[in-house]
Design a protein around this ligand. Structure first.
Ligand code: F6P
Length: 327
């Protein structure tokens, strides 16, 4: 449909991710360049329901490209899952004369966009912002690169103390139900083993490997465990090893929310800037209700439904490499 876009609103929703601010900045500056007005919606869909919108101008996003978190704040909003909640959100957008909305987040954010746009005639564009990298239709999500760099930095530090004390460390990384963070962290930190929700590498294989290592007098190692690992979390795996191989001294570290903070890497800043820029250009070119991503360094535009329901696969070559390069 041909419509004139004069006012765009933008929000971040779900778990924050480093680079979200760079995306907001890019939307504001690209829109301003095109003589559009931008409104920031605070605290995600909750702010949309409550009408918590404020005009954002170029100077409001100065010095934000380097900042982690999200200047618009974020929330996980139950009310937006209801028809009544979305009705209130629609009324807020009407009250501010909003012609289109850019949302940045993960699967829950996309699902909200899908339901809203089925019910109301205000176009949405969704950008992938989550450290988990589990969104179909983009090679990388905003925040993933920063989060794996933070995790690898933490693992490197733990490796120093693990090696000094000859200890076996189980390090849990985030990723909810997906192993993207664990896979790349395992590869980049030279882990002896990596447990992912997508593979069925089990505790027996680990015990076998550790027995062999003990014969070689190698008692220190790093094991990466994805938080969604199906064969037990880091604590359960460590306890099992302790019971079966008492020669090993085990420790458990959960990196946790450290992975969600910090200044975004250059890659995340560029990815976020590019997606923010493309979001505004897409809206001006008549693109409505689509998810944007970058695949093979090219803009990829897909349906919300595909982004939500299709499962992104782990890089199979990286998985193979992980096996070959482990001890
Ligand atoms: O989706 C991002 C993420 O950091 C997941 O990796 C993790 O499981 C979850 O959010 C944690 O959520 P919360 O910050 O709400 O505890």
């Amino acid at each position: 449909m041909d419509r004139e876009i004069k006012r765009i609103a933008i929000l971040t929703s779900g778990g924050d991710a480093p680079g979200m601010n760079a995306a907001i900045r890019a939307v504001v500056r690209t829109a301003t360049h095109e003589d559009l007005h931008v409104y920031g919606i605070y605290e995600g869909y909750k702010g949309m329901i409550e009408g918590n919108l404020k005009r954002l101008e170029n100077r409001d996003v100065a010095n934000t490209i380097l900042r982690g978190g999200t200047i618009l704040k974020t929330a996980r909003c139950e009310e937006f899952k209801t028809k009544e909640g979305r009705q209130k959100a629609y009324e807020s957008l009407l009250a501010f004369d909003i012609d289109a909305v850019v949302v940045i987040g993960g699967n829950g954010t996309y699902t909200g966009a899908k339901y809203f746009t089925r019910e109301y005639d205000i176009p949405f564009i969704a950008l992938p912002g989550t450290i988990d990298n589990d969104i179909y239709g983009t090679d990388f999500t905003i925040g993933f690169d920063t989060s794996i760099n933070t995790a690898v930095d933490a693992v490197d530090k733990i490796r120093d103390t693990a090696s000094s004390h000859n200890r076996l460390f189980f390090i849990e990384v985030m990723g909810r139900h997906a192993g993207f963070i664990a896979l790349e962290t395992g590869l980049a930190s030279g882990a002896a083993a990596t447990f992912l929700p997508e593979t069925n590498w089990g505790i027996d294989e680990l015990l076998k490997m550790l027995k062999k290592a003990a014969i070689r007098k190698k008692l220190f190692s790093i094991i990466i465990v994805a938080e969604g690992n199906e064969n037990g979390d880091a604590r359960a795996l460590a306890d099992h090893v302790k019971e079966n191989l008492p020669n090993y001294e085990t420790r458990v570290t959960t990196i946790g929310h450290l992975q969600r903070g910090g200044s975004p890497t250059a890659s995340d800043r560029v990815l976020a800037s590019r997606l923010g820029y493309e979001a505004v250009r897409s809206l001006l070119n008549g693109v409505e209700n689509k998810a944007l991503g970058i695949v093979n360094n090219k803009l990829n535009i897909i349906e919300f439904d595909d982004a939500i329901t299709k499962k992104k696969k782990l890089d199979q070559d990286h998985l193979k490499m992980l096996e070959v390069l482990a001890m």
